[in-house]
Design a protein around this ligand. Structure first.
Ligand code: ZN
Length: 514
């Protein structure tokens, strides 16, 4: 049987026949090793012996038992870092069946679980080191501070919202929450738990935040996430009973609606506001949904609430007014939804595997696109099924805009900074090479010199240290740090897979070390 599971009490795990005999870990080490009585976190030189166990499969029962037990001891005691990463790479092989190892399945399963726990600690440590790097970058960025999230987002391939959140996290953890950072760095808590402590204390004073840390960190490693959130909230109230109203007011100032793309052509809209606002919205949607219910209605109450919200918004868009005021038009258009559909998908009702594109959101199925295209308030784009280029940008369904602006907006679809999904109708048309009226130099007002940029990235180009050039197949941005990123032209439609070159071999020849 497998005994001695309590690593925290410094006992070693060992396969042993009943009755179990706990043995001090150094005695479990491979024959010939003389480094006795040293803490495992301080024994980098033991790694060659550990490698020895892995390279040469255990030939005796004792070797198998001792090797695996020693490895478990080491990974459970190592400080997260390079040494732990190397040990994790050198896990001993599963003991061979012919060896008379007692309870081999249980022993091996325990070794795997130890490995999973150790990797969790290592991931937390690496996250903390990355947080420290971000905080240092934040102090050393040479461009305009406003565009640091853009620089980080381009480098990491994440949205600017995510980049901003990670920069905030870095500044918080290395600034006002030093004990939480230390717990993350040592692998005692995960990044998610550090995040829960950070978010719940974000409106408290530094002094309250540190007292909350002191209260919750001892229990945090063994708490579940909901338990930890409750613990932190309770500690915040205990240490700052009078700040509740102020914090509520601050939180109210952050009320917002965010949206997220989900699988299967769906999405999520999140509303963050006060509980009374949320109750108003929910009550109203429930009432409209109930009023719309018919006797043979198969929709769930949740379905009806969503439909009620969509109906409310669609009605306002259809009318083009709100409380007798016309809706503001941007780029000479009312707010609208743009969908790009392969021509064949509109002609043929059968599923073809071709994806349509909802501008600013992502790919959808042609069936869903047909449903959208049937709506008179929406604008339909039709593409050549061979080349994917625009054939007809549907001016018949909309008020006639300036043809050139219309063409550029239809071509680019969104802001042309890589990763930015701000739709063209909420962005700005920019002369890439600036237009200089009355002068012989300067850019033309032509489709090759016009691009779509959201307000934020337009500012980045005009004074924020970013440069934008047109290339043969799209756009090239250079950031304030001198890094370049290409944004290919928007492909309005992907040709069927069989006409494209085969994908690269997905096998990674150089997998990460851990
Ligand atoms: Zn943008």
């Amino acid at each position: 049987m497998f005994v001695g599971e309590n690593w925290r009490s410094e006992r070693a795990a060992v396969w042993s026949a009943t009755p179990p005999t706990p043995v001090p870990p150094p005695d479990l080490w491979a024959p010939g090793v003389t480094q006795r009585q040293r803490p495992a976190s301080d024994v980098d030189e033991r790694v060659p012996e550990l490698t020895f166990h892995q390279v040469r499969p255990a030939r005796t029962t004792e070797d198998a038992v001792v090797g695996l037990a020693a490895w478990r001891y080491l990974i459970n005691h190592a400080t997260p870092g390079a040494t732990l990463a190397r040990w994790l790479q050198h896990r001993p092989a599963r003991p061979a069946d012919e060896l008379a190892v007692p309870d081999p399945e249980q022993g091996w399963a325990n070794a795997l679980l130890d490995s999973i726990q150790a990797r969790d600690r290592l991931i937390a440590h690496l996250h903390a080191r990355q947080v420290a790097d971000l905080a240092e970058l934040s102090r050393n960025y040479t461009g305009l501070r406003e565009f640091l999230p853009t620089e980080v987002a381009l480098a990491l391939g994440v949205s600017e919202g995510t980049a901003s959140a990670r920069l905030c996290e870095a500044e918080d953890l290395t600034g006002r929450l030093p004990a939480t950072f230390a717990a993350l760095d040592s692998g005692r808590i995960s990044a998610a738990k550090a995040g829960a402590i950070r978010l719940t204390t974000q409106d408290t004073t530094p002094d309250v935040a540190r007292r909350v840390e002191r209260d919750v960190l001892p229990e945090a490693p063994v708490c579940t996430m909901p338990q930890l959130r409750d613990l932190v909230a309770t500690a915040v109230i205990r240490h700052d009973p009078t700040g509740a109203d102020e914090r509520h007011e601050n939180a109210r100032g952050r009320r917002r609606i965010t949206r997220r793309t989900e699988p299967d052509g769906t999405g999520t809209l999140n509303v963050f506001s006060t509980m009374q606002d949320i109750a108003t919205i929910h009550t109203c949607l429930t009432a409209i949904g109930s009023a719309a219910k018919t006797t043979d209605d198969e929709r769930t109450p949740d379905n009806r609430r969503v439909d009620a919200l969509v109906d409310l918004c669609a009605e306002v868009l259809d009318n083009g007014t709100w409380r007798d005021q016309p809706l503001p038009s941007t780029q000479r258009r009312r707010p609208h939804v743009q969908v790009t559909v392969p021509l064949t998908a509109l002609l043929d009702g059968r599923p073809s595997g071709q994806a349509a594109l909802l501008a600013g959101y992502g790919p959808i199925t042609p069936t869903q696109a047909r449903q959208i295209a049937a709506d008179a308030t929406l604008r339909r784009l039709v593409c050549d099924p061979q080349s994917g280029t625009l054939l007809d940008y549907g001016r018949t369904t909309y008020e006639p805009p300036a043809p050139l602006a219309d063409h550029v907006m239809s071509r680019d679809q969104t802001c042309v900074l890589p990763g930015c999904r701000q739709p063209a109708h909420r962005s700005e048309l920019d002369h890439i090479d600036p237009f200089r009226p009355g002068q012989p130099t300067g850019g033309h007002t032509s489709d090759t010199n016009l691009g779509i940029e959201c307000k934020h990235h337009h500012r980045g180009k005009d004074g924020g240290g970013f440069t934008l050039t047109r290339t043969d197949d799209g756009y090239r941005w250079t950031t304030p740090l001198g890094r370049t990123y290409n944004r290919p032209n928007t492909r309005l439609w992907q040709p069927p897979l069989e006409t494209r070159s085969p994908a690269a071999d997905p096998t990674d020849p150089d997998p990460p070390p851990y």
